[in-house]
Design a protein around this ligand. Structure first.
Ligand SMILES: Cc1ncc(C[n+]2csc(CCOP(=O)(O)OP(=O)(O)O)c2C)c(N)n1
Length: 153
């Protein structure tokens, strides 16, 4: 299991898997971002981010070019089908999961969310917790206050 940023740094290892015929199933979380770094930037940079977003890349096609069996999935039903097919295959396989970037929803580390006054387990899919610019008495002037927003509105 790995992200698309990590994939970009280590993509050459796919050749090793194919050459050695290793039985591995790779799950690639394609969120179009260095998500952890983006979260840190949001937290400490007044919600501004820099050089952490990627254009869309079809990683399944890249894995196929290396000679792997690969699928791209965007929903639960196609994930189930891809997992069944990958687990039945007797060589290295790759599933490219198109996912939302958690850094756009909340800081990616649960303890960071707790520290800023929220319970990570109470988050709903429609919630957005963002770092808002400007300090206040509540956050000691740091500007790292989190604000909960209902994006359905
Ligand atoms: C070789 C290397 N370079 C840089 C880093 C710093 N780093 C830690 S997390 C991260 C972002 C990873 O992004 P991604 O793999 O897309 O996963 P996400 O956080 O989006 O889930 C980076 C660049 C690292 N850990 N290792």
């Amino acid at each position: 299991m790995f992200g698309d940023g990590s994939f970009g740094m280590s993509v050459g290892e796919l050749e090793t898997l194919v050459r050695l015929g290793l039985l591995a199933l790779l799950l690639h979380f394609n969120n179009g971002a260095f998500g952890l770094i983006k979260g840190v930037q949001r937290l400490h940079g007044h919600n501004r981010t820099h050089s952490v977003d990627f254009s869309a890349t079809n990683a399944a096609l890249i894995a196929q070019a290396f000679g792997m069996k690969a699928w791209q999935v965007t929903d639960r039903a196609s994930l189930d089908l891809a997992l069944d097919a990958a687990l039945a295959y007797s060589g290295p396989s790759f599933i490219d999961l198109i996912v939302e970037s958690i850094a756009d929803v909340a800081p990616p580390i649960a303890s960071w969310i707790c520290k800023l006054g929220h319970d990570p387990l109470s988050l709903e899919p429609h919630d957005r917790i963002q770092v808002v610019p400007g300090g206040s008495e509540a956050d000691g002037g740091s500007g790292r206050r989190l604000e909960r927003r209902d994006v359905r509105r």
